[in-house]
Design a protein around this ligand. Structure first.
Ligand code: ASP
Ligand code: MG
Length: 401
């Protein structure tokens, strides 16, 4: 007998028909002799709709009250799912995050799971129930409801799989797995059979919207193998695990991120402490800096350019203005019509020539590169946002046939 945690995303529980479809998938696994725990997201666009409702009352609502509101979405799904299982003739019980034992810190809207008390779930599994847990939520030390951040049901599922020492964690969604590029946009994008945690982490943080970033971090930490698969077909999906087969592909994915801006701090003195003055200020407000480029100095001055998330721009401009005496720049320039196109694959580390092939593909597509950054398993280029789709297609064509 195996213990399987199955997570169903919002699109997989969007209406009555889909709820029954998901219930049948769980029931089938149960009939095969497994213990089954389902984790469900809010139906369809429910979370967005709730956020919009709150916005009509106050454009800056209390985060505690937002979490109180948003947890209801998942509560609807889990109760309906248990009812559907009853209707199909199965024993089932639904639980909110706190009933299921999810204890979190108090960072409303992006709480971290501190631990999961699985006793109640175990008891209900022993009673032969299919247990349905509301994803995305928990409870803090003062018994207030918290949520885990957008897409947080993935993290609920992986954390639960780790806490229950489950044999499998399946993430059911509306795509068939993890693709080499967005299949809706890139012709010839292929589904991967498997991908490593590190590669998936890069793809998730680069904007491939298959799994919440934190769920992959957790899966790596606790070595939980995840299978991402479709709730609409019976095809095998993509397995995310520590090590993938050696003969695997060189490149696992090409992504683009347009939610970034590039800032250039021009004409700073060529002396120690300037980079520190800039980046310590950004770090203090939790702004994630990505590609950094420092130009060669001339006339005793140099330029420092970097990218940050678009959503942090206003705050970054504020702290840099506040620190202008320490930073000593002549001018700050902003480029907001930019995109970061990245290519990810563990095979790159031991394969030379990947970078030159990327640059060749971009040259042939007539795309100009503004900045480049590389790591062991990733190469990113910053380009004009208008070129992003063309660049992704050109690079994808070069590596994935
Ligand atoms: N319902 C939440 C959201 O839309 C959590 C989730 O779907 O995982 O972000
Ligand atoms: Mg969702």
């Amino acid at each position: 007998m195996s213990l399987i945690v199955m997570k169903f995303g919002g699109s997989s529980v969007a209406n009555t028909e889909k709820i029954f479809n998901a219930a049948r998938i769980a029931a089938k696994a149960y009939d095969e002799g497994n213990e089954v725990v389902m984790v469900v997201s809010a139906q369809g666009d429910t979370t967005d709709d709730l956020i919009e409702m709150a916005g009509k009352i106050d454009d800056n609502p209390s985060k505690r009250e937002m979490d109180m509101l948003l947890t209801t979405g998942e509560q609807i799904s889990c109760s309906l799912m248990a009812m559907a299982l009853h209707k199909l003739g199965y024993k089932s019980i639904s639980m909110t995050g706190w009933q299921a034992g999810f204890l979190t810190d108090s960072h409303y809207s992006s709480a971290r799971i501190r631990r999961i008390d699985t006793e109640r779930i175990r008891t209900e599994l022993d009673e032969k129930n299919i247990v349905v847990v509301a994803g995305f939520q928990g409870i803090n030390r003062s018994d207030d409801l918290t949520t885990l951040g957008r897409g947080g049901s993935d993290t609920s599922a992986v954390a639960l799989a780790a806490a229950l020492n489950a044999d499998m964690c399946r993430i059911y969604t509306d795509v068939e797995g993890v693709f080499t590029a967005d299949p809706r946009k890139v012709k010839g994008a292929v589904k991967l059979d498997e991908i490593s945690f590190d590669e998936m982490l890069e793809l998730a943080s680069l904007g491939a919207q298959v799994l919440q970033n934190r769920s992959v971090e957790l899966a790596k930490k606790y070595n939980v193998n995840i299978e991402v698969r479709s709730s609409l077909t019976d095809n095998p999906g993509t397995v995310v695990r520590e090590v993938t087969k050696m003969e695997g592909m060189l490149i696992k994915g090409v992504t683009k991120d347009t939610a970034i801006v590039s800032m250039s701090i021009l004409g700073v003195p060529d002396e120690p402490g300037i980079a520190f003055a800039i980046f310590s200020r950004l770090a203090k407000c939790g702004i994630n800096v990505d590609i950094i480029l420092q130009s060669e100095g001339n006339d005793g001055t140099q330029d420092i350019t970097f990218t940050i998330p678009k959503s942090d721009l206003a705050q970054a401009q504020q702290v840099l203005a506040d620190g202008k005496d320490a930073i000593k720049s002549k001018e700050i320039k902003l480029y907001d019509n930019v995109a970061k196109v990245s290519i990810v694959g563990a095979g790159m580390a031991s394969n030379s020539g990947v970078a030159s092939r990327i640059f060749g593909a971009l040259f042939e597509a007539g795309v100009n590169i503004m900045m480049i950054s590389t790591s062991e398993i990733k190469i990113s280029v910053l380009i004009n946002a208008n070129d992003a789709d063309r660049a992704v297609a050109a690079i994808h064509d070069e590596f994935i046939k």
